[in-house]
Design a protein around this ligand. Structure first.
Ligand code: 1CP
Length: 354
């Protein structure tokens, strides 16, 4: 791609040849970096950081200054969408996200607006435009959203959850209400991601962090169905370029064939699946992103390098692999270990592309 100095990430997502395996890290901008903590302190709090396009751009670029990453990811959060629907997002120190007005019944669902991405979420689009300008074609920019199911878990539970009892009560006792909510979220996410693409996101990823809490049948009906609707509604080509779409269901290893059948370009894998088996199952349909256990970054660099080699060997020769962690980087990982990881992927992957 003429306007991109490094297009390995996009090429790998489209299963085209690359010189070395591209790598980025989920949550690569975050609290393990002292410079992130300093910028967040400057912004005041997390949501003020998200709402300030210049500072959101600054933290997006911070990991790229340290490491030879092959992609930038928009600094924002999946919960900006429910916030824009009027739920009142706030962060309780040490407790994670909370909503002042959780969604509990059909009346609450009917009242929810579908946000206009250039209005209520205009600060996200401004961040995308600012980051694209500052990247100046160094690497591609990834846009993202939560999946309808994952967003709904926060909206109905009122915050983070471990057992998901409130949303599962809605799922089993009032499934039509949940379907109305998920459908509204799918429509909101389509508008939101298409606006990110128009603002400059060169690929998009859908985070279904909590899809793995469902049975196989419920996953298809309440999560995958709505991600499929989103994939169908996305701008797949923009300014004559393919915009690759990645789906990531944490704990979704059993359902990868069904996920690939949505027509997405790539699947994100957590560390519980063996990437060689996954390649045999779906590698002729989609690219694969993953899948080192993020806790491996606590190990000494020599052990990290060994693990990188193991995963590269498991994927094997050829195209269609984007290296990543199987979930977000932990906040107490030593930054040098992340550097050892990124360098190892580039250094050790060359023989797999000859
Ligand atoms: O204190 C802080 O600085 C806030 C910590 C933090 C950060 C760094 C939150 C709050 N969000 C983010 C950024 C973020 N969130 C990104 C930035 C881009 C990157 O560098 O990767 C992205 C892509 C997300 C997405 C996100 N937010 C997901 C999906 C991916 C995943 O990690 O599973 C989820 C589930 C959230 C919700 C959320 N936001 C923040 C927290 C602490 C949480 C998780 C709460 C929980 O466990 O339920």
């Amino acid at each position: 791609m003429p306007d991109l100095k490094n297009d390995r990430y996009l090429r790998a997502l489209l299963r085209q040849p690359v010189d070395v395996t591209p790598v980025w890290m989920m949550r690569q901008a975050g609290r393990y970096l002292p410079e992130y903590k300093a910028t967040r302190a400057q912004a005041g709090d997390f949501m003020s950081l998200c709402r300030n396009p210049e500072l959101a751009c600054e933290v997006t670029l911070q990991p790229l200054r340290r490491y030879a990453l092959d992609a930038a990811i928009l600094f924002s959060d999946i919960l900006t969408v429910p916030d824009a629907m009027g739920l009142g997002l706030y962060f309780e120190t040490g407790e994670g996200p909370r909503f002042t007005h959780p969604v509990r019944n059909a009346t609450d669902v009917a009242r929810l607006p579908i946000p206009d991405p250039e209005q209520e979420l205009g600060y996200v689009m401004d961040a995308v435009r600012t980051i694209r300008r500052e990247l100046a074609g160094a690497v591609p920019l990834i846009g993202f959203s939560g999946s309808p199911w994952t967003l709904a878990t926060y909206m109905v539970e009122g915050g983070s959850s471990k057992a998901f009892t409130v949303i599962k009560k809605m799922l089993f006792a009032e499934p039509q209400t949940l379907h109305l909510l998920l459908d509204k979220l799918a429509d909101s996410v389509i508008l939101y991601l298409n606006a990110q693409i128009k603002a400059g996101a060169q690929s998009v990823m859908i985070f279904d962090t909590w899809g793995g809490a469902l049975s196989g049948r419920d996953y298809r009906e309440f999560s995958l169905h709505y991600m499929h609707k989103i994939v169908d509604g996305l701008l797949r080509e923009h300014e004559a370029r393919r915009v690759p779409v990645t789906l990531f269901t944490k704990g979704g290893g059993q359902w990868l064939e069904a996920m690939a059948a949505t027509g997405c370009d790539a699947l994100g894998l957590d560390w519980t699946t063996d990437i060689s088996e996954v390649r045999a199952r779906v590698g002729d349909k989609v690219a694969l992103q993953g899948n080192m256990d993020p806790s491996m970054l606590y190990a000494p660099p020599a052990r990290i390098e060994q693990e990188v080699e193991t995963i590269l060997t498991a994927f094997g020769q050829g195209n269609g692999h984007v290296f990543n962690l199987g979930h977000g980087i932990h906040q107490d990982v030593p930054p040098e270990h992340a550097g050892a990881f990124v360098d190892a992927v580039h250094r050790l992957s060359r023989p797999f592309h000859q």
